[in-house]
Design a binder for this molecule. Structure first.
Ligand SMILES: [Zn+2]
Length: 563
């Protein structure tokens, strides 16, 4: 298929925008399944395909697409049916599914965190003052009378000569940890990666390290800037059923309690201990920080869980390569979202229209485009993964149980939350300059008269927040890029405003709903760009690699050397 230059894309977008909103909506509603519209430009066709799939996947009927619920049944059946309709075969032998064994824990929402000292007694309530949960796959966990220690950023990074646990044994204690890393806190480019978040700044790392240190409870202090999202995102994603991969040891090696404190709660707690939170936070960003006990405080908290073992499914389809079928290029997009929160008044369905009905619809649009090509030399795999919202679990499972060997997996192209605001000139690469796939992306973007740039908010740790990360950790070169904010029609400021509006008002909220008036010309443009990248790769015999100095290059080199 020909890749159309931006001039044509722009014309088509102008045409679409010149329609009245009703006309646009009715055009979308009446678009037939084949999505051939009167306007035969390539973005119009892709836009109609996207509108159709997003409207369905994000409808209330799909119940927010939570893994292991009726919403999953509907979603995966829909995906299978769509791949079949395109004539694209199953990707796992004769099945379109890969079973992912999961355990679902639902923590009772009445937990209380009690902190007592000789002159102090306070309790913090679940939801608006703190959130707690556990990864231990058992019905009841409790921490009683555990010493409370502030461990700064909670980082052990030998290569950076940094150890927040150097002079303290936190076995069975409750640790309080700052989110993000000292580089972000100081904005010193010499410290960690400066403003850009390292994996040490990611909350998942904080719990992993606290568990290695033997802590009973690990509580992270939430701050909107350094976490990258408001408290409501923590409270909504941590309430309701939590999914983990089934663990043979029931995760006995994890902390009994993992959780978050609001900034207000943390400040009050430190104040009660005669400590200044802000002062200690500043000290924690300096080398040589040592952990501090919060007076003689003891923490107690118990939680009851309902535990349910179940299965969820990755959905997988493949167009086999005609020349080198063992070499694969894998598109990923997570089909899951947060489901329904019955505790919530009013609209309690997390429809996840942008996140990630758009990306799931994009997989189907990609499949549509590739199904019209002559068969590629290499195989093209479409992998809609489950349980991304629960910690990238579907892609983790796939990377641990790959259906196509990782050593001959050429590339992963990940799509998570597409642009609904029209065409953007800039293409943001999350994890800029990490591997040679960026060169392919550069070529494709240039044809569209667009430019690449690094993510504007690397401190938010987006690199660790979607499914490509599990491919990267396994050495497979991964590309995670998306429309930026430089709107062709309305400029940069407007685009940034729209993006911020989404983060503030819809991200991981029931209001992330489908809107038939969305301008999907930008999403369609991105899809054509990725399609160009994959079309090029699928006709080559080269294996792009990570750039020199990248932390994943050694893993890839070892995996390729084993062939
Ligand atoms: Zn997502």
């Amino acid at each position: 298929m020909k890749i159309y230059p931006l001039a044509i894309l722009l014309i088509s977008s102008t045409l679409v925008l010149s329609c009245s909103e009703q006309e646009l909506a009715s055009r979308v509603e009446t678009a037939p399944a084949s999505a051939e519209s009167a306007d035969s430009s390539p973005t119009a066709e892709i836009e109609a395909i996207l509108h159709e799939h997003i409207a369905i996947l994000a409808s209330d009927q799909f119940e927010g697409r939570a893994p292991a619920t009726p919403g999953e049944e509907k979603t995966i059946a829909y995906l299978q049916q769509q791949f079949e309709a395109l004539g694209i075969g199953p990707g796992n032998g004769d099945s379109y599914f890969q079973s992912v064994a999961v355990t679902e824990l639902t923590t009772a929402s009445d937990a209380i965190l009690q902190i007592q000292g000789s002159d102090y007694d306070a309790s913090f309530s679940y939801g608006n003052q703190m959130m707690v949960g556990t990864q231990q796959q058992i019905p009841y966990v409790t921490v009683q009378g555990s010493d409370v220690v502030f461990v700064g950023y909670g980082i052990v990074a030998p290569e950076r000569n940094w150890n927040d646990y150097a002079n303290i044994d936190v076995t069975d204690k409750t640790v309080i940890i700052l989110v993000n890393d000292p580089g972000y806190a100081t904005q010193d480019p010499e410290l960690f990666n400066g403003n850009a978040m390292t994996y040490y700044g990611r909350w998942t790392y904080k719990y992993e390290e606290a568990a290695r240190q033997g802590a009973a409870a690990a509580l992270i202090v939430h701050e909107t800037g350094s976490a990258g999202y408001p408290w409501e995102v923590v409270s909504s994603s941590w309430s309701g059923p939590q999914i983990g991969l089934q663990a043979a040891n029931l995760n006995a090696d994890k902390n009994e309690i993992e959780g978050w404190l609001t900034l207000d709660s943390a400040e009050a707690l430190f104040d009660g201990a005669g400590l200044d939170y802000q002062e200690l936070k500043a000290a924690a960003a300096q080398p040589g920080f040592t952990a501090v006990y919060l007076a003689d405080f003891k923490a107690s908290v118990s939680i009851e869980n309902s535990v349910r073992s179940s299965e969820s499914q990755n959905v997988i389809a493949v167009i086999p390569g005609a020349e080198r079928p063992q070499e694969t290029i894998i598109y990923t997009g997570h089909w899951d979202h947060l489901g329904v929160n019955v505790e919530l008044e009013g609209d309690n369905i997390y429809n996840g229209a942008v996140d990630n009905a758009t990306g799931t619809a994009a997989l189907l649009a990609m499949a549509h485009l590739h199904s019209q090509q002559t068969p590629p030399e290499r195989s093209i795999v479409f992998l809609a993964v489950t349980a991304e919202e629960s910690g990238l679990l579907g892609s983790l499972w796939y990377s641990e149980h790959p259906i196509y060997p990782l050593a001959t997996t050429v590339a992963n192209i990940n799509i998570d939350a597409m642009n609904v605001n029209g065409i953007m000139r800039d293409v943001v690469v999350v994890g800029y300059d990490s591997n040679e796939l960026q060169n392919y992306l550069q070529a494709a973007a240039t044809k569209q008269d667009r430019y690449l740039r690094a993510e504007p908010n690397p401190e938010r740790g987006y690199y660790y927040r979607s499914d490509h990360f599990n491919f990267a950790k396994a050495g497979v070169p991964a590309l995670y890029a998306e429309s930026g904010e430089d709107s062709v029609e309305f400029g940069m400021e407007w685009g940034a405003e729209r993006a911020q509006d989404y983060t503030d008002n819809r991200y991981h909220a029931p209001s992330d709903e489908y809107d038939p008036n969305w301008d999907l010309s930008g999403a369609a443009t991105d899809i054509l760009m990725f399609f160009d990248v994959v079309t090029t790769l699928s006709g080559e015999s080269t294996f792009p690699n990570w750039f020199e100095g990248n932390e994943f290059k050694a893993i890839r080199d070892a995996s390729r050397a084993g062939l």
